[in-house]
Write a protein that binds this ligand. Sequence first.
Ligand code: HEC
Ligand code: HEC
Ligand code: HEC
Ligand code: HEC
Ligand code: HEC
Length: 350
Amino acid sequence: MSSIRSISILFTFALIALASLGASPRSQDEMTPEEPAAEVDVHAEWRERLVDDGRTVILENVEGNTCLECHATIGDEWRHSTHATAWQDENYQKELKSIRRKKGCWGCHAPVDLLGIAGGGTPATRPEFRHLGVTCTTCHMGKDGAILGPKGQPNDAHESLEHHLFDAEASSELCMTCHDTTIGPVIGVAKDFAQTDLQEYGESCVGCHMPAIRRPWANDPTTGDATPMRPGRSHRMQTPRDPEFLRSAFDFAIELEAEKGVLVISNTTGHRVPGLVERELRFQVELLDADDKVKGSAEHTIDHRTFLPVEEDLRLEIEGKRGAKIRVRAWHKAPGMRSEVRFLDRVLEP
Ligand code: HEC
Ligand code: HEC
Ligand code: HEC
Ligand code: HEC
Ligand code: HEC
C-alpha cells in the first residue's frame, strides 16, 4: 500500500477543528507565525486500515469537478470512496477488456445526472469527465441546474432545493438506482434490502454506509473559510475493504452441548453477504475446553453462491466433548487481493 501511504494532504478544516479544540497545549501568543502548521490528514488512519484489494483508494485527478472548490471537505470524503474511483477502478477496467459490448457497463460507472433525467432503469453514460465516476452531480444535480439536497437551505453560491430522495427514509431509493442490478461480477444487493421490512424500522443504505458526522458543508472558494458546522453524512462510503466495517456484518452466539458446540453467525446487514462474485469470507471455528485445548474444529466459506442471506443465521456445528468456549477466526478474499486478510479473531464464552 505504499502508494496510499505516500499520499499526504493538508486538511484545512481538520487544522481549524484541532486548534479550536485546544489540541495544542500552547496559547495563540506562544505560536510563532513562521512555525509550519502540522499536517493533519483525517483519512490517514482509515486508509491504513483498508486491505489491499488491488484498487486505488483515492481519486487523484478531479479535473472537471467544480463543486470541490467550495466543498473541499466533502470532496475529500468522496475522493476516498469507490464512487469516485468507479470508472478508473482497476478491477472494472480489467473486466471491461473481456466484454464485447462495453457500453452496457458504462452507465453506473460514469453516469449522467440521475435526478435531472426522467425514467428508471440503468443510468445512461455521461459524455465527458468519465474519470470522475459516480460524482457529485450524479446524485445532486436537478433538472434546471438547481442543486438538490437534504435541506434546500438558501446560499449565495447556487440554488438549493430540498428533495425527498435525501430524506433518511427515501434515500435508499437513490442508491437502488445502481445497486439493485445483478450484472458482470456485481450482485444487486439492494434487491435484498427492498424485500425486507428493515426500511419500516428506519434502516437505510445511508444509515449504515454514510456515518453521521458534524462538519461544515462548504467553504469560501478563495479564503477557504468554512461555513457553520452542521450535521451531515460522510461521503466516504463504508466498505468491506475496511476489516472493522466488515466485522460489523456479523453477530455471533454459541450453544454448547455434551458432544458438540454450535456457532451461530447472523447477518446484521441489510442484504446478503457477500455481494460480489469472487468475494469470499472463510470462517474457521474451534471448540475449546476450559484450558483452551482444541476439542474439535470446522470451516465454512461463504461466497456469491453460498452467501448468507439477509436476516438469516448460519449454524456451524463442531463435534467435540466438553467444550467450554468457541474461537472464531475469519478471512476475507476479494478480486485483485494478493492474499486473504484476516478480519476477525474472537473467543466466545457462554
Ligand atoms: C446497474 C449498474 C451497473 C452496471 C450497468 C455495471 N456495474 Fe459494475 N458495479 C456496480 C456496482 C453497484 C458495483 C459495486 C458492487 C460492490 O462493490 O459490491 C460495481 C462494481 C464493479 C466492479 C468492481 C468490483 C470490485 O470491487 O473490485 C467490477 C469489476 C465491475 N463492476 C464490472 C462491471 C462490468 C464488467 C459491467 C458490464 C458488464 C458492469 N460492471 C456494469 C454497478 C454496475
Ligand atoms: C461557489 C461555492 C460553491 C460551489 C461551486 C458549489 N457549492 Fe454547494 N454549497 C455552497 C454553500 C455555501 C452551501 C451552503 C452551506 C451551508 O449553509 O452550510 C452549499 C450547499 C450545498 C448543498 C446542500 C443543499 C441543502 O440541502 O441545503 C449541496 C447538496 C451542494 N451544495 C452541492 C453542490 C454541488 C453538487 C456542487 C457542484 C455542482 C456545488 N454544490 C457547488 C457553495 C458552493
Ligand atoms: C450512479 C450509480 C450509483 C448510485 C446512485 C450509488 N452507487 Fe454505490 N456504487 C456504484 C458503483 C459503480 C460502485 C463500485 C465502484 C467500483 O468499485 O468500481 C459503488 C460502490 C459502492 C459501495 C462500496 C462497495 C465496496 O465494495 O467498497 C457502497 C458501500 C455503495 N456504493 C453504497 C451506495 C449508497 C449508500 C448509495 C446511495 C446514497 C449509492 N451507493 C448510490 C454506483 C452507484
Ligand atoms: C444494517 C446495515 C446495512 C444496511 C441497511 C445496508 N448495508 Fe450494505 N453493507 C453493510 C455491511 C456491514 C457490509 C459489509 C459486508 C459485506 O461485504 O457484505 C455491506 C456491504 C455492502 C456492499 C458491498 C458488497 C460486496 O460484497 O461487495 C454494497 C455494494 C452495499 N453494502 C450497498 C448497500 C446498499 C445499496 C444498501 C441499501 C439498499 C445497503 N448496503 C444497506 C451494512 C449495511
Ligand atoms: C451516491 C450519491 C451521492 C454522491 C455521489 C454525492 N452525494 Fe452528497 N449526499 C448524498 C446523500 C444521500 C446525502 C444526504 C445524507 C443524509 O443526510 O441523509 C448527501 C448530502 C450532501 C450534502 C449535505 C451535507 C451532508 O453531509 O449531509 C452536501 C453539501 C453534499 N451532499 C454535497 C456533495 C458533494 C460536493 C459531492 C461530490 C464531492 C457529493 N455530495 C456526492 C448523496 C451523494
